[in-house]
Design a protein around this ligand. Structure first.
Ligand SMILES: *Cc1c(COP(=O)(O)O)cnc(C)c1O
Length: 217
């Protein structure tokens, strides 16, 4: 696959869903990818990227930012409070705010630093014990807390369980967002972004379908 093929599939999915193509933001998930591949996607004109780890992003994006204007970075992986300051300097959007302590740390730092990334709250729609995010039953209270903290709340994010039909999780996330008056939905990855778009995704996070398989180790 390539960036242009993915963009064409996104446009088609939007058309099929009766949505404007601009209503979906394509985040190219560059974690673990070699710099040549990331550079190639930058050369094609793409500027919106996602990373999972603050440390990895801090190691590779400052150099890209010297060479390319207008890069927008999205943090997708779990955030430790002791990395919050660094994350808030690097990233324009954080999708993985998954507990009170992290929300509070970001709010406190936002006061001090005078700026704050846009925030998505991560919901553990599959109620998986090992997965980050608040349980669906706690989602409304977490949204209320984020609002009370004055965070720039954009919406909700989920990562469905691998072995389940993702659309059930996308529909659940959309329902929780609607009843809380939130429009942003960060959902859909390489294998399922079309169904996420059909169910209202505003931010899709696509890695391997753009860059190729990640080579770990
Ligand atoms: C790695 C990752 C993605 C991208 O996954 P692909 O299957 O490669 O598209 C999306 N979201 C999150 C949170 C990820 O960690």
């Amino acid at each position: 696959m390539s960036l242009s093929e993915i963009k064409a599939r996104v446009a088609k999915a939007c058309l099929d869903a009766g949505r404007a193509a601009e209503s979906v933001t394509l985040i190219a998930v560059s974690k673990v990818q070699p710099n040549e591949r990331v550079g190639a996607v930058l050369d094609e004109g793409h500027r919106i990227f996602g990373e999972n780890r603050v440390q990895e992003a801090a190691g590779k994006w400052p150099a890209f930012r010297e060479r390319y204007d207008g890069i927008e970075l999205h943090l997708l992986g779990p955030l430790q409070t002791n990395k919050a300051r660094q994350a808030m300097d690097l990233f324009q959007v954080i999708h993985s705010v998954d507990r009170s302590r992290v929300a509070q740390a970001i709010a406190r730092l936002a006061q001090e630093m005078g700026h704050c990334p846009e925030i998505f709250l991560q919901i553990n729609t599959g109620e998986e014990p090992q997965k980050a995010g608040v349980m669906p039953a706690e989602a409304d209270a977490f949204v209320a807390e984020a609002r009370a903290l004055d965070l720039p709340l954009r919406g909700l994010m989920c990562i469905p369980p691998v072995e389940e039909e993702p659309s059930l999780h996308f529909a659940l996330l959309a329902k929780i967002a609607t009843r809380n008056g939130l429009s942003g939905l960060s959902m859909g990855m390489s294998g399922d972004f079309e169904s996420a778009i059909a169910l209202g995704a505003t931010h899709i996070r696509v890695g391997s379908a753009i860059f190729g398989e990640r080579a770990y180790g």
